[in-house]
Structures are given as structure tokens and as C-alpha cells.
Design a protein around this ligand. Structure first.
Ligand code: F6R
Length: 563
């Protein structure tokens, strides 16, 4: 949520353009406004805009070369979306500029502190506190964490020193990358250019000064040394592989990802050892708690059903933000957290609770360098490559497959057949479902058991990218209330062939029904995994028909790092 990018070099370079390129890649983390600040003739030049990075680019005319530039793409938390509220924010004397992710919790206390020093803030945005605190702390700025409470990372530059100053408190990610001539700062390694050969991750309570291609780190205000890790950027940002949107590209990657997972989880000795170790842990425990948010929570709900069905033990799926100490009984338990980004704040908070209860944590994570991965005892990678579209598609299927392969061997599944069935589903998806000519006023998606969870996930996908009212419901529950809403402007999508009564009840009230049949693929007990694909394609089609950008739905951002 929000993206930070910055660069620094000894020689003047096209760092403004490079910062804009970095921000463009980070845009999926927030895209309501953006801004940059760079040094020129010992002055800070700040350019900001509402909207996405392309709108910001239009304001940056003939960018000069420079030795420092910082930038930010925003997903507003406090303070409306406006040029004034967007980052970078400046100190009272306009000498220091700051871009920031996270929240400063002792906002009021800091405002009082600044007021005593005759500093008045110009915006309601907590970020504006930071350049002013740095201004007051002057040479003492490595102690900034003593003054600010909350979880944050920030990057500052000032008009004279040609340096960058970084700080991190809590869980939010911030990386430093090194190429031959330039130091890059980014809140996501995806945005680091391919010239970067080494990286360092900032850790909790650290600060860092970047000057003349050198880094000086401090932890709790004391100097420390850290080592570079080698890094190889395999991601090419603009690569939609010929598809019009990332969402379409990512849905089409599902068969190849399924193949990669089956091969890796059956052949890689490290993963096989982890699977065996985890299965032994399962045998020694009473309950498995699964914690996740959004689409990952829907994967958790299905896996809880599979654990109960196949292992005959208790499994409870929790929405991460709803987990409380009282929901955890005092009994031997294991937790599985599921997260695409590995940075979701609600899931990290749930992990705090699990850790207080000394419950070992297994992570299913797509970003294996993420905070959730780092804080877990065991990591099962989801092997999807970067997921850029805000609506998660391929990672949902991956989490289900990884979970199933962990729970049971499923030796009956042949990799070839499973991939063929996934591909078949992808090909048939358009025939089963295509965007309706008449846009419905509301959409119900229904199903029973696992199909009910697929209905919840399909409804989430449709809501995210179409902004239409859409609800997932257990098939038989419709008649206990929501049937009152069904009329000839209602579209219903039914997962599976076992909801015939509910379908008939909808049709009898003038509602249109489309059935996504349960696939009868031979010897494929995991066919439900790819059954979501038609609904993902339907959501995409409908979004495009409505003129929405499915990759960047309004009000949303990928990687939800706020509580
Ligand atoms: C839905 C979606 C969100 C995420 C949720 C959890 O398409 O993308 O609901 O699934 O924010 O994110 P992760 O999996 O990164 O923890």
C-alpha cells in the first residue's frame, strides 16, 4: 500500500526518469496521487499530481539530471486525495522532503511537540510530521524512532547534502539496491532495475544514511554494519506478454503455474523434507488454524474443509483481522497463514496473536522474501511469479494446490491430466460465461460446500473489478431471505450441479441463471481448483465491458499494509 522509490548517485544522472519508472512499477500498490522531489542547485524541486504516474509524468517537463530523487505513489489513509496531501511532504523551511509508508500513531503528541517549536503543519497528513521532526532533530536524526510511534518506513532527502536518509519501524518493507553507479531505494524489490546486483533489507528500528555510494546503518541510534545480498531482477515490468491487461495475463498463467507446483512439490528434496516434517507436526496437534484475508481467506476456507475431510482433524479458517486470543483454545495447535504479498498488516497482527500463544506458523506465501515469510517457521512458496493485477487470481489456485499437496499425496493425480484439465477449463470458460449484453442490477453467486466458497471468491472478484453489487451465498440459504431481491434484473451464477432447487427458485422469479458445472474430469479429485477460472474471466470481461481498468480497481491497492 503506497510505494516509495528513490535513487542516489555520485554523478548527476537521469534519476528523475528512473524514479518515475520505479513508481510506475509500484503503482499497483496505490494510485490515487503521486509525487517526486529532487535536488537541483541546492534547492528541492517538488512535483505532485493527483491520479496515476502517467498524470504525474505529464507535469515533469524536461527533467534535469540530478544526484538524488525520491518519489511516492499514494493510497490515501488520512487526508483526502489532493495534490497538497500527496507526498513528498516538506519541512517548515522547505529544506527536507519525505516520502512515507505506514502510520504515525502519536500524531497529536508530535503536533504538540512541533507547536512548541513554532512549527505549524499545512496538511492533515501524518507524513508532514517527519520532515519537521528531522529538521528539529538535525544531527540527532538517527534517534528519530524515539519520537515517532507506529509502523512506518520513510525516505528523506535534503536540499544541501545530496544524501538520502531512510528509517524503518515495524514490519513494512524497504529495500536498498546497488548497481555500479546508483543506489536505489524501493518499498518492493519488483521496482528495482535489472542493473541492481545486490540488495539490503532495512530492519525494524534501523536508520540509514546514503551518501557518495556509501551506506551507514544505525540500529536504535547506534552504528551497525550490514552486508549486501546478491540479487537478480527477473521481472520485466512492462511485460504483459501480449495480453491487454495483467489480470488476463495472470489468469492465463494458471496452467503453467499448476505444472510448476506439481513438479516442484513432488521432486524438490527441500520441499519434500518440509512436507514430511509438517505432516508429522499435523499428527501431533489437535487443531489447525488458518489465517488470511480476502482471496487468501477463501483459499483458507476451502483448505480447512479439505483438512477436515482428508485428515479427520479440526481446522478453522479465520479472517486475520477477526482472530482474537479468545478464539484460540488452550490446546496443541498449528497455524497456516496464507498471503500473496506476505505484507498484509491484518495477517501480521494475527501472527502476533498466534506467536503470543506459542503456536508454530507455516506460511503459504508468493513473495518468499516478505515479512510474513520471514516471521514464519516454515514457508511453502506459491511459485506464481509477481502478481501485478490488484485482483488476485493465479495465487488463489496456487494456494489451493499447494495446500492439497501438503495435506495428502494425491498420487492419483497425474500432472499431465491435471494441467490438461486446467487448460480445458480455461478454454471452455468463455463458452460458459461471457459478459451479459444487459448489465444486471445485482448478481448472486451460489453453491454448496466447496462450491459455496468458490461462490464467495467469484463474488469478491466481480465486486472488485466491476463495482456491481454481487453476493456469494450458500445455495439453500437464498430462500431464507435474499430471494426477495431476485427479479428480472438479477443474474445468478451457480457453481456445481447440486443446486438445482435454488436455480429453479431464481428462474421462477424471472432471474437469469448461468451454471458453472462441476467438472467430471476422470480421476481428478482437485478439479475444484480450476473451477474458479470461468468466474475470474467473467469478472474480467464484465469490467472491460463497463470500461473499468481491471488491473487498478478504484479505491483499492495491492498489498494492504495498513490495519
Ligand atoms: C482480492 C485481493 C485481496 C487480497 C487480500 C489479502 O482479489 O487481492 O482480497 O487477497 O488483501 O492479500 P494477501 O494475500 O497479499 O495477504
Amino acid at each position: 500500500m503506497c510505494g516509495i522509490f528513490g535513487c542516489h548517485s555520485q554523478q548527476s544522472q537521469n534519476l528523475v526518469e528512473q524514479t518515475l519508472q520505479g513508481l510506475k512499477i509500484l503503482e499497483y500498490r496505490g494510485y490515487d496521487s503521486a509525487g517526486i522531489a529532487y535536488t537541483i542547485d541546492n534547492q528541492l524541486k517538488v512535483i505532485k499530481s493527483i491520479g496515476d504516474i502517467d498524470q504525474l509524468k505529464q507535469k515533469v517537463i524536461n527533467p534535469p539530471t540530478t544526484t538524488t530523487c525520491i518519489g511516492h505513489t499514494r493510497w490515501a489513509t488520512n487526508g483526502t486525495v489532493s495534490v497538497k496531501n500527496s507526498h513528498p511532504h516538506l519541512s517548515t523551511d522547505s529544506s527536507i522532503a519525505v516520502v512515507h509508508n505506514g502510520i504515525i500513531e502519536n500524531y497529536q503528541q508530535c503536533v504538540e511537540f512541533l507547536t512548541k517549536h513554532n512549527i505549524k503543519l499545512k496538511t492533515p497528513v501524518d507524513t508532514e510530521l517527519i520532515p519537521n521532526m528531522l529538521y528539529l532533530l538535525s544531527h540527532n536524526k538517527h534517534n528519530i524512532h524515539q519520537y515517532l510511534q507506529g509502523q512506518y518506513v520513510f525516505c528523506a532527502t535534503d536540499k544541501q547534502s545530496n544524501s538520502l536518509f531512510l528509517a524503518k519501524k515495524g514490519n513494512l518493507p524497504l529495500y536498498i539496491g546497488r548497481s555500479l553507479q546508483t543506489i536505489y531505494i524501493s518499498s518492493d524489490t519488483l521496482a528495482l532495475p535489472q542493473t541492481v546486483t545486490h540488495i539490503i533489507a532495512m530492519e525494524d528500528m534501523e536508520t540509514c544514511e546514503v551518501f557518495d555510494h556509501q551506506l551507514q546503518f544505525y540500529s536504535n541510534g547506534q552504528p551497525i554494519t550490514k552486508s549486501w545480498q546478491s540479487f537478480n531482477q527477473s521481472f520485466i515490468a512492462s511485460d504483459k506478454n501480449g495480453f491487454a491487461t495483467y489480470m488476463e495475463k495472470e489468469i492465463n498463467e494458471i496452467p503453467a503455474i499448476m505444472e510448476r507446483i506439481i513438479n516442484t512439490y513432488r521432486k524438490d528434496s527441500t520441499i519434500i523434507r518440509l512436507i514430511n516434517q509438517t505432516r508429522t507436526q499435523f499428527k501431533q496437534t489437535k487443531c489447525i488454524h488458518l489465517c488470511a484475508c480476502g482471496t487468501s481467506y477463501h483459499a483458507a476456507l476451502i483448505l480447512a474443509k479439505i483438512i477436515e475431510r482428508d485428515l479427520h482433524m479440526r481446522a478453522i479458517a479465520h479472517i486475520s483481522s477477526e482472530l482474537t486470543t479468545t478464539t484460540l483454545l488452550n490446546e496443541p495447535a498449528i497455524a497456516i497463514v496464507i498471503s500473496q504479498s506476505g505484507e498484509t498488516a491484518d495477517t501480521l497482527s494475527a501472527m502476533d496473536i498466534l506467536q503470543q500463544h506459542k503456536i508454530p506458523i507455516i506460511a503459504f506465501c508468493n513473495v518468499t522474501t516478505s515479512t510474513i515469510a520471514k516471521r514464519s517457521q516454515t514457508i511453502f512458496p506459491l511459485l506464481c511469479g509477481p502478481e501485478i493485477a490488484v485482483a488476485s487470481t493465479k495465487v488463489f489456485c496456487a494456494a489451493l494446490l499447494v495446500g492439497c499437496l501438503l495435506i495428502k499425496d494425491y498420487n492419483t493425480i497425474s500432472c499431465g491430466n491435471f494441467i490438461e484439465n486446467t487448460t480445458k477449463t480455461l478454454q471452455f470458460a468463455r463458452k460458459i460465461l461471457s459478459a451479459p449484453h444487459k448489465i444486471p442490477h445485482r448478481i448472486f453467486i451460489i453453491g454448496k460446500d466447496i462450491n459455496h466458497v468458490l461462490a464467495l471468491e467469484a463474488a469478491l472478484k466481480i465486486k472488485e473489478v466491476t463495482y456491481l453489487h454481487c453476493e456469494g451465498y450458500p445455495a439453500n440459504e437464498l430462500k431464507h431471505g435474499p430471494l426477495s431481491m431476485v427479479d428480472d434484473n438479477t443474474l445468478s451464477i451457480v457453481f456445481g450441479d447440486d443446486a438445482t432447487n435454488a436455480s429453479a427458485e431464481i428462474q421462477a422469479r424471472g432471474g437469469k441463471v448461468i451454471i458453472i458445472p462441476t467438472p467430471n474430469y476422470q480421476s481428478d479429485p482437485l478439479a475444484f481448483i480450476h473451477q474458479i477460472i470461468p468466474a475470474q474471466i467473467f469478472a474480467l470481461d464484465l469490467a472491460l465491458t463497463l470500461g473499468n481498468n481491471p488491473d487498478k480497481p478504484r479505491n483499492l491497492a495491492k498489498s494492504v499494509t495498513v490495519l
